[in-house]
Design a protein around this ligand. Structure first.
Ligand code: PBG
Length: 334
C-alpha cells in the first residue's frame, strides 16, 4: 500500500482527455458528412391524383414533373450533387413485355429531360430495372413464372440507351441480372455515350426493407412471388463481395450496397477490398423506421445525421437517402 499520492496507480491512458470540450473533440474527429456525400432519390408520377405524401414514408412525396424541377433547384441550392429518379407510372399501362421502359416519353425519361433543362449541372441518376413497367412487378422479364436473365438484359440495355439519350449522367442498374453491367457498358460505348457512368447496385440483398418503396412506385400489389432468385440472400457476405468484383470487372464505375444500416459490415469490406467509389442506399424501410420513431417522439432528429455519419465511418463515399434535403439544410445552418 502506497501512502504517497504522487506515485499512486493511475490509468496509463486517459481517452477522455480528448473528449473534454467541443474544440478538442473537433480536432480528433475522424469522419465527416457533407451535402456532397448525398444522392437524393425522388419519386415522380404521371398519374393525376397520385402526387403527394406516400403513406408508409411520411414526409416523402410523389412529385409531378414541376415538383421534380423544384427538387432539382433545391438540390442545387443545398449543394446536393445528384438526384436519382424513380418513376411511378400509370398502373394500367404495365405489360408483360415492359415496352414502356424504353419509351422516350415515359415519366422517368420526361423527368430526366425536365431536370437537365432546369439544372444542367446536376448529376441525374436513373434506375435500370423493369419493375415500374412490368405487369408482374419484377425487375426482369418473366415467362411461365421464370425470370428470363438474358432477354431481361437486352430489355435493360434498350431502357438504358433511351435514358442516356434523354440526358442521364449516371445509370443505376438495380435489376441484379447476370451480365448486365458488361452489356450496358458495351452498348453505351458503341452508341456515343462513353461518358455516361454506371453506379451498379452490386451488393443488393433480397430485403424486407424495400416495402415502403414498392408502395411508392405502385409495385406492392403487383409483385408475383419474391425477388430471391436474383437478389442476394441477406445471410451471404462472400457472395455479395463476388457480385461487387464481377460488376467492377464488367465496367461499373461505382458500386452500391443496399440496404444500408443493417449491412455496414459489407460496406466496410467492399471499400477495403476494392477501393472503388462505394455508396450505400439507406432504403425506404430504414427511412420509415427512423422517421416513424422520430414522429412518435421515441427518437430525436439527431439520429438521422448520426446514421449518415455511420455510413461514412463504414467507408462509404456517399449515401442515397430520402433524408438528403433535410440533412443538407441542417448542415448549411450548422
Ligand atoms: C427496384 C428497386 C427497388 C429499390 C430501388 N430499386 C425495390 C426492389 O428491389 O424491390 C428500393 C429502394 C428503397 O427501398 O428505398 N428496381
Amino acid at each position: 500500500m502506497s501512502a504517497n499520492p504522487i506515485i499512486a496507480p493511475f490509468p496509463a491512458t486517459r481517452l477522455r482527455r480528448l473528449r473534454q470540450n467541443a474544440n478538442i473533440r473537433a480536432m480528433v474527429t475522424e469522419t465527416d458528412l457533407s451535402a456532397h456525400n448525398l444522392i437524393w432519390p425522388i419519386f415522380v408520377t404521371e398519374v393525376t391524383g397520385a402526387e403527394g405524401e406516400i403513406a408508409s414514408m411520411p414526409g416523402v412525396e410523389r412529385l409531378t414533373l414541376d415538383g421534380a424541377k423544384r427538387a432539382a433547384e433545391r438540390a442545387a441550392e443545398l449543394g446536393i450533387p445528384s438526384i436519382c429518379i424513380f418513376p411511378h407510372s400509370d398502373q394500367d399501362l404495365r405489360t408483360e413485355g415492359c415496352e414502356r421502359a424504353w419509351d422516350p416519353d415515359n415519366i422517368g425519361n420526361l423527368a430526366i429531360r425536365a431536370i437537365k433543362e432546369t439544372v444542367p449541372e446536376l448529376v441525374v441518376m436513373t434506375d435500370i430495372a423493369l419493375d415500374p413497367y412490368n405487369a408482374n412487378g419484377h425487375d426482369g422479364l418473366v415467362r411461365d413464372g421464370v425470370i428470363l436473365n438474358d432477354e431481361s438484359v437486352e430489355a435493360l440495355v434498350r431502357m438504358a440507351l433511351v435514358q442516356a439519350e434523354c440526358g442521364a449522367d449516371l445509370l443505376g442498374p438495380s435489376d441484379m441480372m447476370d451480365g448486365r453491367i458488361g452489356a450496358l457498358r458495351t452498348a453505351l460505348e458503341a452508341n456515343s455515350h462513353k461518358d455516361v457512368a454506371i453506379l451498379s447496385y452490386a451488393a443488393k440483398f433480397a430485403s424486407g426493407f424495400y416495402g415502403p418503396f414498392r408502395d411508392a412506385v405502385g409495385a406492392s400489389g403487383r409483385l408475383v412471388g419474391d425477388k430471391k432468385t436474383y437478389q442476394v440472400n441477406p445471410a451471404n457476405r462472400e457472395e455479395a463481395l463476388r457480385c461487387v468484383a464481377r460488376d467492377l470487372s464488367e465496367g461499373a464505375d461505382m458500386v452500391m450496397v443496399k440496404p444500408g444500416l443493417p449491412y455496414l459490415d459489407i460496406c466496410r469490406e467492399v471499400k477495403d477490398r476494392f477501393g472503388a467509389p462505394t455508396f450505400a442506399y439507406q432504403v425506404s424501410g430504414e427511412y420509415a423506421m427512423l422517421e416513424g420513431a422520430i414522429r412518435a417522439g421515441w427518437l430525436s432528429r439527431d439520429t438521422v445525421a448520426e446514421s449518415l455519419l455511420c455510413f461514412r465511418r463504414a467507408g462509404c463515399d456517399g449515401i442515397l437517402t430520402y433524408f438528403a434535403p433535410e440533412v443538407a439544410e441542417a448542415l448549411a445552418h450548422k
